[in-house]
Design a protein around this ligand. Structure first.
Ligand SMILES: Cc1cc2nc3c(=O)[nH]c(=O)nc-3n(C[C@H](O)[C@H](O)[C@H](O)COP(=O)(O)OP(=O)(O)OC[C@H]3O[C@@H](n4cnc5c(N)ncnc54)[C@H](O)[C@@H]3O)c2cc1C
Length: 256
């Protein structure tokens, strides 16, 4: 039960509160920390709503999104790249999109939240008070710094797909492929497992490879490690990851 609720007016104040109360949780939209599914039960909460982080604007080749901007505002913004808008529109409903934030989603590091694979494939970045790092590094290493801004490349060649029990449910498996000057990025996430890049397959892939979906999908399937759970078998998750990622790879290679 929340017994202490702080609403700092500056990032410095928020950081000071966090060092005074290390067990406190930052709260953006609160959709996850207040959900029974998150299994969090914070006593001390530091709200981010007074920090002036509700903005979206272009910053060079990036879309700069403040940490308290809601998913609905991002989905509605004219500059939001299509791959991200599509991911957000697959969300369960508008009520959650009106509350939840992308920074909160990144901070959960939850592999069932399919937009995360797309953000990693796009090589998106986050800014914290002490550093600018990729979303991939924030998620896959023990980072928990206060995210102030998310930077999303404006014209990425990214394609993302998810498999879920219901069309708008959280994903059992999500995949994304992204092409940029730095090369290709292939990402797979499995609910109950992890979010990871298929780095060995990325190295093997070359743009002149035959774009035969069955062949690609078989190779990807063999590169994915999975596990059985109560909803579906590991074999099926490998298969569906292969099919979806082969589709994405072909689309992204063609310049979606
Ligand atoms: C009913 C329901 C349905 C959902 N459906 C979907 C769905 O269909 N698809 C999907 O992908 N996801 C879904 N989600 C998950 C949703 O994406 C997350 O709950 C949401 O994005 C978290 O954002 P928030 O702002 O509410 O985070 P909060 O609940 O405020 O915080 C979540 C975590 O992030 C930390 N945090 C928040 N902001 C920051 C920050 N700026 N810096 C550092 N740490 C921070 C908090 O301390 C906490 O640990 C659903 C959630 C719910 C409750």
């Amino acid at each position: 039960m929340i017994t202490e609720f702080f609403k700092p007016a500056t990032i410095e104040e928020a950081l000071q509160l966090k060092s005074t109360y290390p067990e406190a949780l930052y709260m953006a939209g609160g959709s996850w920390i207040n959900s029974s599914r998150s299994a969090t039960d914070p006593e001390v909460v530091i709200s981010l709503s007074g920090l002036g982080l509700n903005f979206i604007h272009q910053e060079g080749a990036f879309l700069s999104i403040g940490a308290t901007t809601t998913l609905q505002d991002i989905a509605d913004h004219s500059l939001t790249p299509d791959f991200l808008r599509t991911c957000l529109k697959q969300f369960r409903n508008r009520n959650i999109r009106n509350q939840a934030t992308l920074a909160g989603m990144i901070a959960t590091k939850n592999p069932a939240f399919s937009s995360l694979t797309a953000l990693i494939a796009a090589n998106a970045e986050v800014e914290t008070p002490s550093q600018k790092i990729t979303v991939e590094d924030y998620i896959t290493t023990p980072q928990d710094g206060l995210i102030s801004t998310i930077l999303i490349p404006l014209n990425p060649r990214v394609c993302a797909r998810k498999h879920s029990v219901t069309a708008r449910g959280v994903s059992l498996v999500s995949v994304a492929a992204g092409f940029s000057d730095q090369g290709i990025r292939l990402v797979v996430a499995q609910d109950g497992g992890k979010i990871e890049r298929l780095k060995d397959f990325e190295k093997k892939f070359d743009a002149s490879m035959p774009k035969d979906r069955d062949n690609l999908s078989n190779q990807i399937k063999n590169a994915v490690v999975s596990f059985d759970d109560y909803r579906t078998s590991g074999a099926f998750k490998k298969y569906i990851a292969g099919v979806m990622l082969a589709d994405c790879l072909i689309q992204a290679a063609e310049g979606v």
